[in-house]
Design a binder for this molecule. Structure first.
Ligand SMILES: *Cc1c(COP(=O)(O)O)cnc(C)c1O
Length: 380
């Protein structure tokens, strides 16, 4: 099956007892058993609605197994539970703020060691590898600066040094429509399904997808033993969202491109961060690695102050000032005070998240209306 077909049919079968095309919401904690070892025995372990979603997760990322968690962060937490004290993790320096917070404020105190590097250079990563390195954590494109890491080159170089080091990619921004990390050599794909996979801003959910059977078994054990599972209602909504992932992302990409170009040419705008602009430092790599460039666009203002950014954000009408991204509606976010507030100011400025930086999650509305909204707010 090709990708668009997989979003609708991947791992899906009509429900056995009625033929229901969509899996019913099996809102149950337990199952009457006819014998003590049947497939469904307790919903922390298995639930048919969640299973339908997990099979879809596996299909769209070209994995063999998918896992649905109660949030994106719960999915990342499950990956870190594969490790033990003394293990080292190399991660990008421009991560989702909550991931950075989990790494530094939670897991460091359990004896995991983290180094943060600019992952757009391979050497930055290989230089940090020691015999204790167990995991490479990548985000590409990064949030909010839209830097691109070469998943295939990193996977090859790292595996050549030590085949046991796991490569995990947070694929939330790109989605499998644009890039499939397991095909590029990664071992684990993670999603905040809260964002594009769900796509309608109505759930909090996380996903992991893997190819390797042993790794799948370990993650399944962690999911069951730690218990941060997705519920049946949310699983149903995520599955429904995935069925239109491909057409939504096509429109997000079309609109994203138009808006990036509009901003680039606007006299009040400073820098524009969008991997589909030819002047983006990773444009060639983005073109090679991704099918298209997505709907996330960040930009700074020429007037480099928080006040100028706030004024813009208070004056948009269609772009709603909100956390999160990846829904059908357009959202705007002030990175320094919102998504990246947990990163110390000095760190934040060092990596380029300046006081006027604004991140847009471009929705699938008519792009003329979106442009008009941005123009009005820039002139306000
Ligand atoms: C939102 C997000 C997360 C965290 O996911 P939650 O569902 O909010 O727990 C992780 N990574 C990225 C890139 C995100 O955007």
């Amino acid at each position: 099956m090709k990708f668009n077909t997989k979003t609708i049919h991947g791992g899906q079968k009509p429900e056995k007892s009625t033929g229901a095309i969509m899996p019913p919401i099996f809102q149950t904690s337990t199952y009457a058993q006819t014998n003590p070892d049947q497939e469904f025995h307790y919903s922390r372990g298995e639930n048919p609605t969640r299973k339908a979603l997990e099979d879809s997760f596996a299909a769209i990322e070209n994995g063999t197994k998918g896992f649905a968690f109660s949030s994106g962060l719960a999915a990342i937490d499950a990956v870190l539970r594969l490790l033990k004290p003394g293990d080292e993790i190399i991660a990008g320096d421009d991560l989702y703020g909550g991931t950075y917070r989990m790494f530094t404020k939670l897991f460091q105190k359990y004896g995991l060691e983290f180094s943060f590097v600019d992952t757009d250079s391979l050497k930055n990563i290989t230089d940090k590898i020691t015999e204790n390195t167990k995991l490479i954590w990548l985000e590409t494109p990064t949030n909010p600066l839209m830097k691109i890491a070469d998943i295939n080159a990193i996977s090859n170089a790292v595996k050549e040094i030590n085949n046991e080091i796991l490569i995990a990619v947070d694929n939330t921004f790109a989605t499998p429509y644009l890039q499939q990390p397991l095909n590029l050599g990664a071992d684990i794909v993670m999603h905040s399904a809260t964002k594009y996979l769900g796509g309608h801003s109505d759930i909090i959910m996380g996903a992991l997808m893997v190819k390797d059977a042993k790794l799948a078994e370990e993650i399944h054990f962690i999911q069951f033993a730690a218990g941060a599972i997705a519920g049946p209602m949310d699983s149903f909504l995520a599955l429904r969202g995935i069925k239109t992932l491909h057409i939504r992302i096509q429109r997000h990409c079309e609109n994203g491109k138009v808006i990036a170009n509009f901003l680039k040419n606007h006299p009040k705008v400073g820098k524009v961060y969008y991997p589909g602009l030819a002047e983006h430092p990773n444009f060639e790599l983005a073109k090679k690695q991704m099918k298209d460039f997505g709907g996330m666009v960040s930009f700074s203002l020429k007037e480099e102050t928080k006040e100028a950014a706030f004024k813009f954000l208070e004056n948009t009408k269609l772009f709603t000032l909100a956390e999160s991204l990846g829904g059908v509606e357009s959202l705007a976010n002030h990175s320094a005070t919102m998504s990246h507030a947990s990163i110390p100011e000095e760190e934040r400025l060092k990596i380029g998240i300046t006081d006027s930086l604004i991140r847009l999650s471009v929705g699938i509305e008519d792009v003329e209306d979106l442009i008009q909204d941005l123009e009005n707010a820039l002139q306000a």
